[in-house]
Design a protein around this ligand. Structure first.
Ligand code: PEP
Ligand code: MG
Length: 587
């Protein structure tokens, strides 16, 4: 029980923004919008459409104003979130469908817009990809705003919060989150949301501890309750006892001194105690992450997942649009290299605007995805290759093909690359003649026959996410078998070793860009196996660099040898965990 006689309750969620907060709850419950439904007088149809157009204009102005505030109070990067909102407002498919709905039903425009918006939100929330599911939140946020304008109501916001409180809400839209005064918000805890929701990105950038997906939290708290938000462990503790508060006081002290040491060490090179340099680069999905790469001192980008450019729009981006996007990243990070991966569509990433490119498949993960689809659509592929090559004139670019399964595919991809280059030459457009070309190793056949691929490329990047999935026959997105997805399985280690050795035999550099690379538990093992480069989501860079700097390469090599000798994955897991504890855990 706490000092006020209430029972301590621990509510589990997902850790979304690091840090610990303690304070009183500000329960923020957004009311459901009530949308009237009525038939519009046929004589007033033109005015109804004009009312819709006007609401879109007003909403655009509102968003531009918030964007300006955010740019001023936070950063350019957070302000870019609202570009996505403006794009929703300019989406001709959404607007056109609303007008068609209005023309067929004759119902008031709020009802039509709401119906179409809900269909979009539904479609995006069903996509099996966290990032795209989050775009449903953008559409939800924008439709709510437009509906507020149409109904003549002012949008809810959190700007009135003046006292220092912990905000508890069902979910927060990006614009609600951006409206929070950072000096008043101690922490954030929500029923819904995920690690990649924009609201969380904003919380992280404001360094406000946050826990999301805490299910029915809003039903269990009352305004004014005392609560701890533990953004490290992903828990909210209601009515903490004195003992818990004491424990958290200690944790907070330790964590903040460790974090400041991590960040200080992040300014230094990623070099082991015995002088071996490991390259640490960043994985990005969007151009606006360049600022994060710089902030966390990534040595360029080891994986740019370009499919998000295709996935976030209803139309395929053309060469010019792609060129502008790639160029911005390359220039933003020059002279550091940027590895641009060609379109990796299919499997867990269907193309919402152009489903016909892939079509329904019984086994999408084993289907017409990535390079397989690109080789059958050479014009689409060359359009991307030309855009990448053109960007190479502005900095250092590397091209990487996803899902290569055999040498023939690699040769065919290279032949199309040569054609794309020749087309640019014919147009008189510049590109770097020395662009390095690499292949992802993420299919067991490619891994086991890596020596047959090596003569056709300049580097390998191991995609452990897919490689483990295919090697162990475990769908990486299926929660029921998630416990079987095991990076310490002897098959995984043996295959990794074989790929790394094949690369080095051909004097190729080898990188790992799957999630394993950014996990400080596995990074030493990868380095010990001989990986030259690790690429990960930018905020993970300091922890991995800290570990690299805290260990000797010779120790990592011994760890790898010991792990390879194990037949029991549990023992391997114990070895890598012990290594971490020895080098960092005791800090
Ligand atoms: C991988 O498979 O490890 C990888 C990095 O690619 P993605 O996660 O985009 O499939
Ligand atoms: Mg992959």
């Amino acid at each position: 029980m706490d000092a006020r006689g209430k029972t301590e309750t621990v509510i589990r969620g997902i850790a979304a923004s690091r840090g610990i907060a303690y304070g009183q709850v500000f329960l923020y419950l957004q009311s459901e919008l009530e949308i009237p439904r009525y038939q519009v007088d046929p004589a007033k149809r033109v005015q109804e459409i004009a009312r819709f157009d006007q609401a879109l204009v007003t909403t655009r102005q509102q968003i531009a104003k918030i964007q300006q505030q955010v740019r001023k109070n936070l950063s350019e990067e957070e302000a870019l979130i609202f570009d996505a909102h403006q794009m929703v407002l300019e989406d001709q498919a959404l607007i056109g469908e609303t007008i068609r709905e209005f023309e067929t039903t004759g119902l008031n425009i709020e009802t039509c817009f709401n119906a179409v918006g809900q269909r979009y939100i539904q479609a995006f929330s069903e996509i099996d990809d966290e990032y795209l599911r989050e775009r449903a939140a953008d559409i939800k946020d924008v439709t709510r705003r437009v509906l507020h304008v149409l109904l003549g109501q002012s949008a809810v916001n959190l700007t009135e919060l003046v006292e220092k409180r912990i905000i508890v809400a069902r979910d927060l839209s990006p614009s609600e989150a951006a409206g929070i005064d950072r000096s008043a918000a101690l922490g954030i805890a929500t029923d819904g949301g995920s690690r990649t929701s924009h609201a969380v990105i904003v919380a992280r950038s404001m360094k406000i501890p946050a826990v999301v997906a805490a299910r029915d939290l809003t039903k269990r708290v009352q305004d004014g309750d005392w609560m701890i938000v533990d953004g490290y462990e992903g828990i909210a503790i209601l009515h903490p006892t004195q003992a818990t508060l004491f424990r958290y006081g200690k944790i907070q002290k330790e964590k903040s001194s460790f974090e400041s040491r991590l960040l200080a060490a992040n300014e230094l090179p990623a070099e082991t105690l015995d002088g071996v340099r490991v390259t640490l680069r960043a994985n990005i999905e969007k151009a606006d992450e360049v600022a994060l790469v710089r902030q966390y001192r990534g040595e360029g980008v080891g994986l740019y997942r370009t499919e998000y450019l295709y996935l976030s729009s209803h139309h395929l981006p053309n060469e010019e649009q792609q060129y502008a996007n790639y160029r911005a990243i390359v220039e933003g990070l020059a002279p550091a290299p940027v590895t641009i991966r060609t379109l990796d569509i299919g499997g867990d990433k269907p193309l919402p605007g152009n489903p016909e490119l892939i079509g329904p498949e019984a086994n999408p993960f084993l289907g017409f995805r990535a390079i397989r689809m690109c080789l059958e659509n050479p014009e689409l592929f060359k359009e991307q290759l030309r855009a990448i090559l053109r960007a190479s004139a502005h900095g250092k670019v590397e091209i990487m093909y996803p899902m290569i399964g055999c040498a023939e595919e690699l040769e065919r991809a290279n032949a199309l690359l040569a054609e794309a280059r020749a087309e640019l030459k014919a147009r008189g457009q510049a590109c770097d003649d020395q662009v390095r070309v690499g292949t992802m190793i993420e299919i067991p056949s490619a891994a086991l026959a890596a020596d047959t691929l090596a003569p056709h490329c300049q580097f390998f990047s191991i995609g452990t996410n897919d490689l483990i999935q295919y090697l162990l026959a475990i769908d990486r997105g299926n929660n029921r078998i998630a416990h079987l997805y095991d990076p310490t399985h002897p098959a995984v280690l043996r295959v990794l070793k074989q790929v790394i050795d094949a690369a080095h035999q051909f004097r190729l550099k080898v990188s790992v860009c799957g999630e394993m690379a950014g996990d400080p538990i596995y990074a030493p093992l990868l380095v010990g196996l001989g990986v030259d480069e690790l690429s990960m989501t930018p905020p993970l860079l300091p922890a991995v660099k800290y570990l690299v700097r805290a260990m000797k390469f010779s120790e990592a090599q011994k760890l790898a040898t010991d792990c390879l000798a194990q037949t029991d994955p549990k023992k391997t897991a114990a070895l890598v965990e012990a290594f971490y504890e020895q080098h960092v855990g005791a800090e």
